[in-house]
Design a protein around this ligand. Structure first.
Ligand code: DGY
Length: 316
């Protein structure tokens, strides 16, 4: 009987899909214990992992029968992909289905920081709203401002589509020019320095790799406008978090919105004391329908590969 390990409870009833399989399913809404995971992988054929599971050499070596890993995320920096591939294991992710949802979250963060939505909500709940004044919670407009997108893949481009509604001036940077997207979205390619120094909003939607790690550090923040707003819905380690906290505290930039953290789930203490940053618990793809689609994608890839030998389209 084929064995599938799923490391965390998914928001989708999947038991029927795996009828006829040996299913090791962590039905709890918390990360699977590493020791349990190592043990259950000993004779497993497939693994559906979360972005919080570290799928390293030790784990891969502990799973001699493993044929496919499907990460329940589009990012896969938690997996030693080269090592897994070297062992003949297919590694898949969940692209496409979460594109719009993640872009919407990044946009929500951007507008919320710009218009100080969270601060204003706290203020109102505390009973501080005693009457309209011309000075209450003055924010920043998005309309016709420049937005610099770092990571102009599917999610970056979906984010750009949201920005079009506000007639924003869209610039992007990256390793490759996206000519078609430039044409469709009216986006302009600039180099990294121009992006950070000229944008009113800098939005990170890139994957984590050697090149992107710590791309945003104190030097980068110092190049930004004092009024700049920084958003990260990509991966935490792209930003040196202590430098960001320093920049926010010392007025080097105006504000930030974060969905991801350098040492997730740990968050730099200094950030908690700052009103000019919004902190979210990595919910980029967290809509009911998207999380369901992500689950279905993982299930289909695993079953098609194990049962019919079909290489999934979402293979990395
Ligand atoms: C992912 O799936 O990699 C993203 O972090 C979405 O939240």
């Amino acid at each position: 009987m084929r064995k599938v390990v799923i490391t965390q409870k998914l928001p989708y009833e999947l038991e029927d899909d795996f009828r006829g399989y040996q299913l090791v399913y962590n039905r709890e809404d918390r990360q699977m214990d590493r020791a349990d995971l190592l043990l259950s992988l000993r004779d497993a054929d497939a693994l559906i992992s979360m972005l919080s599971d570290k799928i390293d050499r030790e784990l891969i070596d502990a799973a001699p029968d493993l044929k496919i890993i499907n990460n329940y995320a589009v990012g896969y920096n938690n997996i030693d992909v080269d090592y897994a591939k070297g062992k003949g294991i297919l590694v898949c992710n969940t692209p496409h289905v979460l594109t719009e949802t993640t872009a919407e979250l990044a946009f929500a963060l951007m507008i919320s920081v710009a218009r100080r939505i969270v601060e204003a909500d706290k203020f109102t709940r505390m009973g501080n709203f005693v009457g309209w004044t011309p000075n209450l919670f003055l924010g920043t407009d998005l309309y016709r401002k420049r937005v610099g997108i770092y990571g102009f893949g599917r999610i970056g481009q979906a984010f750009a589509r949201c920005c079009r509604g506000f007639e924003m001036d869209i610039v992007y940077t990256g390793n490759t020019r996206k000519y078609e997207a430039e044409l469709n979205l009216g986006a302009r390619f600039v180099d990294f320095d121009e992006l950070v120094s000229s944008s009113d909003f800098i939005v990170v939607l890139a994957p984590l790799n050697e090149k992107t790690k710590h791309a945003f550090n104190l030097d980068t923040f110092k190049k930004m406008k004092k009024t700049a707003i920084f958003i990260n819905a990509g991966r935490g380690p792209i930003v040196k978090e202590s430098d960001l906290a320093y920049a926010l505290k010392n007025g080097i930039i105006r504000g930030a919105g974060l969905d991801v953290y350098e040492y997730e789930p740990e968050i730099s203490e200094e950030l908690f004391d700052l009103d000019n940053v919004i902190l979210l618990p990595h919910i980029g793809s967290a809509s009911e329908s998207t999380r369901e689609e992500m689950a279905k994608l993982c299930i289909n890839s695993v079953k098609n590969y194990l049962e019919k030998g079909i290489i999934p389209a979402n293979v990395i």
